[in-house]
Design a protein around this ligand. Structure first.
Ligand SMILES: Nc1ncnc2c1ncn2[C@@H]1O[C@H](COP(=O)(O)OP(=O)(O)O)[C@@H](O)[C@H]1O
Ligand SMILES: [Mg+2]
Length: 505
């Protein structure tokens, strides 16, 4: 199933938001509740300490543990504490009997509540042992209970916090006796409710924030992916072969950069496509011309249009044209192999001077036929270079062919080698027709021939210099031309020189 980046990002964002909100919420819920109940617990405990103190003082002055001269004042005190803390306060003896307050008249005692809930209750005795047994065994500290105090407050539908502090008397010998306990019960439903309130508020504000930021994320990611959609559509169009398609994205982020590169790629593709078309047009043109003339002459001979005595002349032309076709196809093959990187260069230690001598010998016939004077000028007897000898031979032969072709009889061709630092310079110079300034940059292109009519023989393919350039480029070297129309041309290329150490190794 297709899933857009927008929905993915928005989804992930919402999930992260919900997770973090609920984590913070839950933590808050517990810590906050805990904090408030702890605070309440502290107040109740402190109160229980005061009460146990005054109960003890009163009883010390009186006759028994729960009777003294200041009982009334004690009651008033406890009542005040009850009002301050909102808690029900009892003083209970070890058998679970409530000793203070002494009757039902004290509104703060909570008895009225108990009475309403349990009409049977007519005693001031705690009925469940769990309600007092534990605290009576303590000598210090206190007990905290949360809930309905073992069913006692069940019908109030409230949650109660109960603090039980043992009432410990110390006699003259330092013995500790637990004579009873002080009980404080405070409802904490409000506290817990406050907590839920805060939690609910948190949920609401959290969801609002989540909603708002999701919309925000949605808008932003949509804006981001809009560029991607544009690119996607443009890529589809280009895949169909329409190379003039471009994307228009001006944002200065990664997508903008991608769009810019995409456009450059499209331009390159368009360029290649145009070159391919032009190349095919050129090739078919170059092939058609000789084939048309071959066909014409052969037909003329066959149907008798060409008289018998002229057959030889025409057959010679046919052979020349066939040769030209052969050369063209060979050159094309070489060039395409070079460009596809199929012709791997085999580097050898070559004496370039020796290679030039060999080429001159191979070309001897052409020079003499056209009465051209050839001169080689070598700065040193031997000039070792690192190169592919077969490829470089082709370069030299091509340059020499051109020199012969474009130099009128009686002209001079000079080949020279020299070096500077680690570069060897090889030049082929002629005193031929030269090349116009405007043409100079074009002569390296495939099929490029300067004004065909000027070329004395039309055997050229226009591929020679393209091959030269490719071979030299493959060697990671340079080739250039200096020329003056009417005076001559000088083609120079470089090669890597081998020094003595390289040669011996
Ligand atoms: N030595 C030269 N003197 C004058 N023009 C030249 C020379 N070499 C090359 N050119 C020009 O460059 C063109 C391309 O050369 P090249 O690629 O070898 O093709 P071709 O030799 O088949 O014509 C030639 O047609 C010619 O116009
Ligand atoms: Mg040529």
């Amino acid at each position: 199933m297709f899933k857009s980046i927008v929905s993915k990002l928005t989804g992930v964002f919402i999930i992260i938001l919900i997770l973090s909100f609920s984590m913070v919420g839950i933590a808050n819920y517990y810590f906050l509740g805990d904090f408030i109940t702890k605070e309440k617990e502290r107040v109740l405990y402190e109160t229980s300490c005061y009460i146990s103190l005054i109960v003890e003082l009163n009883s010390r002055m009186g006759s028994s543990s729960f009777k003294g001269p200041y009982d009334d004042m004690l009651m008033k005190n406890i009542e005040q504490y009850s009002k301050n803390t909102g808690a029900i306060i009892w003083v209970v003896d070890t058998s679970g009997k409530i000793r203070y307050p002494k009757d039902y008249n004290y509104s703060w005692s909570g008895f009225n509540i108990l009475e309403e809930m349990n009409p049977d209750l007519n005693t001031l005795q705690l009925t469940d042992k769990r309600q007092y047994e534990k605290v009576m065994s303590l000598k210090e500290g206190y007990i905290k209970e949360i809930g309905d105090f073992y069913g006692l407050f069940k019908d109030t539908k409230e949650k109660w916090l109960t603090i039980e502090k043992p009432l410990v008397y110390v006699d003259s010998e330092g013995n500790k006796t637990t004579v009873g306990a002080v009980y404080l019960h405070a409802p904490i439903t409000d506290i817990l409710q406050g907590r839920s309130e805060i939690f609910r508020f948190f949920i609401i504000s959290g969801s609002a924030a989540a909603l708002l930021s999701s919309i925000f994320v949605y808008i932003i990611t949509r804006k981001l992916t809009k560029g991607l959609k544009k690119l996607n559509n443009a890529a589809k169009v280009i895949a169909k072969g329409e190379f003039n398609e471009r994307v228009n994205i001006s944002s200065r982020d990664e997508i903008g950069e991608l769009a810019q590169n995409f456009n450059e790629m499209a331009s390159a593709l368009q360029n290649t496509e145009e070159m391919r078309r032009e190349f095919i047009a050129n090739v078919s043109h170059e092939l058609r011309t000789p084939m048309t003339s071959i066909k014409g002459f052969v037909e003329g001979i066959l149907d008798g249009t060409v008289p018998k005595e002229k057959h030889n002349v025409y057959l010679n032309i046919v052979r020349d044209e066939a040769n030209r076709l052969n050369r063209l196809v060979n050159d094309l093959l070489t060039l395409s192999k070079l460009q596809a990187g199929e012709l791997k260069l085999v580097y050898k230690k070559v004496d370039i001077n020796e290679l030039i001598r060999l080429c001159i010998i191979k070309m001897e016939n052409f020079f003499t036929k056209k009465q051209l004077f050839v001169q080689a000028y070598f700065e040193f007897e031997e000039m070792m270079v690192s190169a592919d000898p077969d490829a470089i031979e082709r370069v030299i032969i091509n340059l020499l062919h051109n020199a012969v072709k474009f130099t009128p009889p009686g002209g001079k061709i000079t080949i020279s080698t020299s070096y500077h630092k680690d570069k060897v310079y090889v030049s082929v110079q002629d005193t031929g027709i030269g090349i116009d300034k405007e043409e100079l940059s074009h002569i390296w292109e495939r099929f490029y021939k300067v004004d065909k009519s000027r070329s004395e023989d039309r055997r050229g393919t226009g591929l020679g210099l393209a091959i030269v350039k490719n071979i030299i480029n493959e060697h990671k070297q340079e080739v250039w031309v200096e020329s003056e129309p009417g005076k001559g041309s000088k083609f120079t290329f470089t090669l890597n020189r081998l020094n003595k150490a390289d040669i011996q190794s």
